[in-house]
Ligand binder design. Structure first.
Ligand code: FE2
Ligand code: FE2
Length: 214
């Protein structure tokens, strides 16, 4: 056993950096299958971390949210590529299949002991503040704070990224949309945190390329 551990270079203790490498590898595997997702998990993770810092959460909670955000869409591994990569509008039944990804993701991460603490983030990142989300129709603060943060980061990143069926929004257009769903889809307090980051030009540290100049 010891020999094997040495062969795989298993450290005595897994550090946060090791854990981060693992989740980065997992989300890169997902994104390699889906061209439009390129870099999405990483940007959502960076933005979620930034918001967790601004809210003043403890460093441990910040890192937990960062790791959970990296893994938020990992359940899409279980969704057929033809649906994930379909150009144009999805049918109702295809949409229903896509909507299974938070549950699948929750099951995947619950199989790894070190990821147990992020199951709530992965499973609940598509809940809505008004209780109309999925999979569990949780409402308001019933939804874990980490999941509420990732939900805002996820939607914002999706809006300003290129998708096969529409061009990207610029940051101010995306903020109009975020404000429109403030309090219904999103936790209003988290939208306020995002707005402050945008107004203070604090998103430049995230790899948005040319998107932020728009
Ligand atoms: Fe998702
Ligand atoms: Fe996502």
């Amino acid at each position: 056993m010891l020999g094997l551990e040495r062969m795989f270079n298993v450290p005595n203790r897994i550090t946060l950096d090791d854990l981060h490498d693992m989740v980065d590898a997992l989300s890169s595997a997902l994104e390699a299958k889906n061209a439009h997702m390129c870099g999405h998990s990483q940007r959502v993770a960076e933005l979620s971390l930034l918001m967790a810092q601004r809210i003043g959460l403890s460093p441990i909670e910040q890192e937990r949210i960062h790791i959970g955000a990296h893994l938020h869409d990992i359940g899409k591994i279980g969704i057929p590529d033809v649906i994930l990569n379909k150009p144009g509008k999805l049918t109702d039944s295809e949409f229903a299949i896509i909507r299974q990804h938070p549950e699948i993701g929750g099951q995947i991460v619950s199989k790894v002991k070190v990821f147990h603490s992020v199951v709530d983030i992965v499973r609940h990142h598509h809940e809505r503040f008004d209780g109309k989300g999925y999979p569990d129709k949780l409402c308001g603060t019933e939804i874990a704070l980490g999941a509420r943060i990732v939900s805002v980061a996820d939607a914002f990143d999706a809006m300003i990224s290129m998708r096969s069926y529409r061009p990207p929004l610029n940051v101010s257009e995306a903020m109009v949309e975020m404000e429109r769903f403030r309090g219904s889809q999103f936790d209003p307090a988290i939208v306020d945190v995002l707005r402050r980051l945008v107004n203070n030009n604090e998103l430049e540290c995230i790899n948005y390329g040319e998107l932020l100049t728009g």
